[in-house]
Design a protein around this ligand. Structure first.
Ligand code: NAD
Length: 354
């Protein structure tokens, strides 16, 4: 492994572990950024990285992001993340997942894992054969919290968009408000449905064009081609696909007063938050607005540890606090002239004692 502690993203991680299991062929990295507020919680990504250093960087950035996200969500959890280094064919076997479960178990509860890109609920069930330090497992009953975090993430983003519309446009409802959504998967699709229910005007886009077109037709919205969605003239642009879309070129194309969506790491680099602010665009920091999923995952885990049934209303109550946090950030940003992403980072760093 390269000298990961010299990486700019190292940021004084408490623990970084390379996991290799010869029998199953598993290679993984577990990164624990901070356990100041509790066990480091964050999902496992299964991805084919061109170079090992890309995997290390991804693990470090994502793990620090989870420290900030969990702190700002008011959860008694720290930040961690794991990446499993897939081969070019994406070979994933139960043996590998179980070996990964053994490694998570070896940390004795300092790291709690769940789903991320490339990892399904079924995969987490395989991991749970070897460790209890896992969440995002199937739940039974409509009132039980847990399982797929996507709908909870969408719920938080919906509340966050409403808060942004109120803050920037002075409107109490999204009825008639035009929202352009990039990515109509688990999160973006859920956001679109919630907005449509309240009468928003939608423009939907996805690289799986049929998916976006079908949803647009179901919800009475328009379709935009993937290379056109960032230039749509709208009230809210909601990125729910990839990260790093807010770079010089992407920001120059925007024709919106608000950016509020769930994709992780939307800003290509930190200075882009300031460029958005100077263009008069209100930005909802991604890890604050998209915390609904981790709130569900963490509540599921904590309830299980205490042997309590997890009430979905408690999860909803915590998700409903997201708009208040965003307003606090925007007010502080307006008062200080510091962009909302930097305000959020400073608040999070204070909470985790950095
Ligand atoms: P998903 O795979 O279900 O959906 C993503 C969608 O984006 C897919 O339909 C894909 O085709 C589309 N897409 C990819 N590139 C695109 C592009 N250039 N233009 C338009 N569409 C494109 O994933 P998801 O779970 O909905 O997650 C979406 C984003 O939200 C990711 O950045 C993820 O990291 C973030 N996020 C998800 C959760 C969660 O609970 N699922 C929680 C927090 C953050």
């Amino acid at each position: 492994m390269t000298a990961f502690w010299t990486e700019p993203d190292f940021d004084e991680h408490e623990h970084v572990q390379l996991v290799h299991d010869r029998k199953s062929g598993l290679t993984a990295i577990i990164a624990l950024h901070s356990t100041h507020l509790g066990p480091g919680a964050g999902g496992t990504r299964f991805w084919h990285y061109p170079e090992p250093k890309d995997a290390i960087r991804d693990a470090l950035r994502l793990s620090r992001g989870m420290s900030y996200k969990n702190a700002m969500a008011g959860l008694p959890m720290g930040g961690g993340k794991a990446v499993i280094l897939a081969d070019a064919k994406g070979t994933k076997t139960p043996d590998m997942l179980e070996a990964f479960g053994d490694a998570v178990n070896g940390l004795g509860g300092r790291y709690v894992t769940a789903e991320d890109v490339g990892i399904s609920v079924e995969d987490m069930v395989a991991v749970s054969q070897r460790t209890d330090f896992v969440s995002g497992l199937p739940v039974s009953g409509e009132d039980a919290a847990g399982g797929n975090p996507g709908p909870f993430t969408a719920m938080g983003i919906f509340h966050g968009i409403k808060a942004a519309v109120k803050y920037k446009l002075g409107k109490d409802s999204v009825s008639g408000v035009h929202v352009a959504i990039q990515g109509t998967g688990s999160v973006g699709g859920g956001v679109a449905r919630l907005l449509a229910h309240e009468g928003a005007k939608l423009t939907l886009s996805d690289i799986h064009e049929d998916r976006a077109k079908a949803l647009a037709s179901e919800l009475g919205g328009e379709f935009a081609a993937p290379d056109a969605v960032m230039s749509v003239s709208c009230d809210v642009f909601s990125p729910n696909a990839l990260g790093a879309i807010l770079d010089d070129e992407g920001i120059a194309r925007l024709d919106t007063p608000i950016v509020a969506g769930g994709a992780n790491n939307q800003l290509a680099r930190q200075g882009h938050g300031d460029i958005l602010a100077r263009r008069g665009i209100l930005y909802a920091p991604d890890y604050v607005i998209n915390a609904g999923g981790i709130i569900s995952v963490a509540m599921e885990y904590l309830c299980k540890r205490h042997g309590d049934p997890c009430d979905i209303n408690e999860v909803r109550k915590r998700i409903a606090l997201i708009p208040g946090r965003l307003e606090e950030i925007w007010q502080e940003s307006d008062a200080s002239g510091v962009s909302p992403d930097v305000v959020a980072d400073r608040m999070a760093q204070k909470l985790i004692g950095r």
